[in-house]
Design a protein around this ligand. Sequence first.
Ligand SMILES: *Cc1c(COP(=O)(O)O)cnc(C)c1O
Length: 307
Amino acid sequence: MLHPNPVPTPLLRHSLLEEKGIELAIKRLDLVNSGVTGNKFFKLKYNLEKAKNEGKNRILTFGGAFSNHIYATAEAAKAENLASIGIIRGERTEPLNSTLAHAEELGMELYYIDRNEYRNKTDPEFLATLQDKFGDFYLIPEGGTNDLAIKGTQEILDSEDYQFTHICSSIGTGGTFAGLYASLSEHQKLLGFSSLKGEFIHKEIADLIEKNNLESQGSYEIFTNYHFGGYAKHKQELIDFTWWFYENFEVILDPIYTAKMAFGIWDLVNKGYFPKDSKILMIHSGGLQGNIGFTERTGIELPIPSK
Ligand SMILES: *Cc1c(COP(=O)(O)O)cnc(C)c1O
C-alpha cells in the first residue's frame, strides 16, 4: 500500500491577514509522497489496493496529454508493481511533453485515441474492446473519481486540522471535495473553487454526495467565479498571482487548480468574506508536475519545484 509522508501545514504570514484578524495555513499535500503527490495519492491508494486484491496486474485509465492523474497513476502503478495503460486524448506528438515522457519512463503504455472516440470512455462496449486489446485490467475512470477515491480523500484531514473553521479545496471532478466534505467536523465549512467553467459542478457535487451516501457534520459552499476562462485556459493575472504567492510564501502553486483556489481565497479575504478569528486551511492538492508542461505549451514561465 502507498504510504503517506507527514506533511507540513505552515501558517502564511501577511499584513492583510493580520489586519483582518484571520489565520491562513496551507496543507502541503504536494509533499505527501515523492512519487504520487497531492490529492491523487489519496484518490489512488484504495483503488490500487483493490486492484491487487482482485489479482489484476494492470491498471487502465484515461486522461489528457498534461494530466496530473495520468502522471500520478503511472507513479502509483510502478510503486505497486502493477502495469499501467494510459488512454490519452488526441494524437501522439513527438517529442512527448514532460508529463507523458515521464509516464512512459515509469512504464506506462500510452495509447492515443481521437477526441470523438474518447467520448466513449465510460461506454461498456468500448471498454470491452479495450479489454480485448490489452487483456484484463482494473479500470480507474478519467480524473480518478470513484467510491474508493472518495474513501481515500476522507483521510486528507487529520485530527490537527479540526482547529480550522474553513477548509478550502480546488475542484476538478469533485472527488476530493466530496471526501473532504464527509470528513468535516461540526464547526467547519468547506469552500470549493471550481477550475472548470460552468454551474454544472453544483449538481455534480450534489450527485457525488448522494450516490456515495456521504454524510457530513459541516457545511459547504462552491465558488464558480475563479476559473479564469476554464480548465486549460489561463490569464496573465493568474500567472502573476502564482509568482506573487511564490515570492511571498515560498510555495509553488499550479495554474490549473491550486492557484485558482488561492486567488479565490485571497479575493474573499480582501472582500471581508471571512469573519474575524477565522482559521482557514487551504489544501495544496499538488499538480506541480504540470507546471513544466504548462511552460512547454504556452512559453510562460512558472516557478517549478527543484527535484
Ligand atoms: C486532479 C486535481 C484536482 C481535482 O481533484 P478532483 O478530485 O477531481 O476534484 C485538484 N488539484 C490538483 C492539483 C489536481 O491534480
